[in-house]
Design a protein around this ligand. Structure first.
Ligand SMILES: O=C(O)c1cccc(C(=O)CC[C@H]2O[C@@H](n3cnc4c(=O)[nH]cnc43)[C@H](O)[C@@H]2O)c1
Length: 224
């Protein structure tokens, strides 16, 4: 199995990198091998543009069996606990569109794209679940990707009502879009660091989310 592990920032997966650096061989920087298994680390930078660029470039250079995006994220859904791990099965672009007075129009409403035009299905970027090489113990959720984090009551209400997604990130849809276009199996795992609410970082559980995410990554790598 040759895996491309994608993360926006190094701190999100640094415990995993430390683990693998100690337990696997590293013939080249950011590449780790163990028998027939190979993990390449791709740190993209934050956001949809940076992720699209970095993942597309990585897929041009290397051939991978699977792409895994790992990171933290916010949750609209209060039944998901802070620190909980989820697999984001479907993605939407949350701020690619137009404002029309008090309404928001997405690219489908605007007639710029058809909802079932590849790589979209009903306007969403779905993960083909049968291609995932790990058991389904994680909660499967819907995701929204944005350039500007939802942090104002009116934005949160509008995005909630318009999309009804359970979680939010700044990169997920880019990963889904590129991998669906390139026809390569992928999954997006997020640990919930905060609820989507008016910005208050004192309530965030970033440390707990990173610990949970990295524990899962270490367990997953031991199954490869
Ligand atoms: O300072 C802020 O307001 C702030 C807001 C969101 C994220 C950050 C980070 O430092 C982490 C960047 C990373 O985290 C993901 N993330 C985490 N929570 C959310 C969220 O509620 N909405 C969107 N993205 C979130 C994101 O994917 C970034 O890569 C700081």
């Amino acid at each position: 199995m040759k895996l491309l592990l994608v993360a926006a920032t190094e701190p999100e997966i640094s415990p995993f990198i430390r683990h693998i650096a100690q337990n696997w061989k590293s013939p080249v920087a950011n590449i780790y091998t163990n028998g027939n298994s190979e993990i390449h680390i791709c740190l993209t930078g934050v956001g949809l543009v940076a992720t699209t660029y970095a993942v597309t470039k990585a897929l041009k250079i290397g051939q991978y069996d699977f792409v895994l995006q790992a990171g933290v994220g916010g949750s609209f859904d209060r039944s998901i606990e802070l620190g909980q791990l989820v697999m984001v099965q479907s993605e939407e672009f949350g701020d690619l569109g137009a404002e029309d007075r008090n309404n928001y129009l997405d690219i489908f409403d605007m007639g710029l794209l058809q909802p079932n035009e590849h790589p979209f299905t009903d306007g969403k970027l779905d993960t083909p679940l049968h291609e995932i090489p790990f058991p389904f113990k994680l909660l499967t959720v819907s995701g929204l990707s944005i350039n500007t984090v939802s942090g104002r009551e009116s934005t949160i209400a509008l995005r909630n009502q318009r999309f009804g997604a359970q979680v939010e990130s700044m990169e997920g849809a880019a990963l889904h879009y590129v991998c669906l276009q390139e026809n390569i199996p992928f999954a997006q795992i997020r640990a919930i660091s905060n609820y989507v609410e008016p910005r208050d970082k004192s309530k965030w559980k970033m440390k707990e989310a990173i610990i949970a995410l990295n524990k899962w990554l270490i367990d997953f790598s031991s199954t490869l």
